[in-house]
Design a protein around this ligand. Structure first.
Ligand code: CP
Ligand code: NVA
Length: 304
């Protein structure tokens, strides 16, 4: 699978076929790994990972994925780079481009990852910005496909904050033919440009009532009410109790609906333990699939 885009910043860079191809490649890589097959497709390639914020899944899945593909990964926090002493993102990007083959960065402002990509000669992957989390959605779509055996024609309900994960979810669903109902408190709707663009491909409803959004949903998804870039604000009161995913809300979805959460979860806030640990939850497969989806993504971006 060769991609037209150099970088992967929002998920909207991918065509429908490219997205479907990466998901299928990821499913194949997962199957191979479980069968003990692990081809060194990225032998001698190095990934530089820059983290401005904490991470468990993104860091460990990228580093492990690169190792499994025969390459090497460097994890760099922004305070140990000269960025901390005022070197510009532009100069950092140009420098890293001379050493490594591919970069992944987790940043505060989406603008920062755009600057990194613009100044690099190598592919740049967004490992989460305040506006998008595209790697998460590759894993989410892969998980939905594994569980439901298809993507097009499904309905997904997003409940809670119209945040970075939600924005990439909208692009991902639109490119996969999944209709999406989004229930947020007033003032917490997702990015209007993302919604407008995606409405051309699938049915998207912006709602304020979770009970309406989950009706007939095949997938129910949420995320924390307080993202890392919102940590200084008290937003939880605007979401509770109405936007919590609990057994009563899950009962209103399709009886075979699955529950997704990118994690980390705040149990007792956006989701109860009974749901996240319950029979409909697929969150551990979803977390695992970050590994396989990102391996497929790196292989595709490096055009090997
Ligand atoms: N879902 C996700 O990106 O998790 P981390 O913040 O642990 O990387
Ligand atoms: N919306 C969350 C996702 C964490 C993986 C955040 O930005 O903190």
């Amino acid at each position: 699978m060769k991609l037209r885009t150099k970088d992967f910043l929002t998920l909207n860079e991918l065509s429908k076929n490219e997205l479907a191809g990466i998901i299928d490649d990821a499913i194949k890589l997962k199957k191979d790994l479980k069968a003990g097959i692990c081809k060194p497709l990225l032998k001698n390639k190095t990934l530089a990972m820059i983290f401005q914020k904490p991470s468990t899944r993104t860091r460990v899945s990228f580093e492990t994925g690169m190792f499994q593909l025969g390459g090497h990964a460097l994890s760099l926090t922004s305070d140990e780079l000269q960025l901390a002493r005022g070197e510009t993102i532009e100069d950092t990007s140009k420098t890293l481009s001379r050493y490594v083959d591919i970069m992944m960065a987790r940043v505060y402002l989406h603008e920062e990852i755009e600057i990194l990509a613009k100044n690099s000669t190598i592919p740049v992957i967004n490992g989460l910005s305040d506006s998008f989390h595209p790697c998460q959605i590759l894993a989410d779509l892969m998980t939905i496909k594994e569980k439901k055996k298809k993507l097009a024609g499904l309905k997904l309900a997003w409940i809670g904050d119209g945040n970075n994960v939600c924005n990439s979810m909208i692009y991902g669903c639109a490119k996969s033919g999944i209709d999406i109902d989004i229930a947020t408190p007033k003032g917490y709707a997702p990015d209007s440009k993302v919604v407008k663009e995606s409405k051309e491909l699938v049915d998207i409803k912006l709602l304020n009532d979770p009970l309406i959004a989950v009706k007939n949903a095949d997938v129910v998804a949420t995320d924390t009410f307080v993202s890392i870039h919102h940590q200084a604000t008290d937003r939880t009161k605007d979401f509770l109790p109405k936007f919590q995913i609990n057994p009563d809300l899950m009962k209103k979805a399709d009886p075979h609906a699955i529950f997704l959460h990118c994690l980390p979860a705040k149990r007792g806030q956006e989701v109860t333990s009974s749901v996240i640990d319950g029979r409909q939850s697929v969150v551990w497969d979803e977390a695992e699939n970050r590994l396989h989806a990102q391996k497929a993504l790196m292989v595709a971006l490096l055009q090997v």
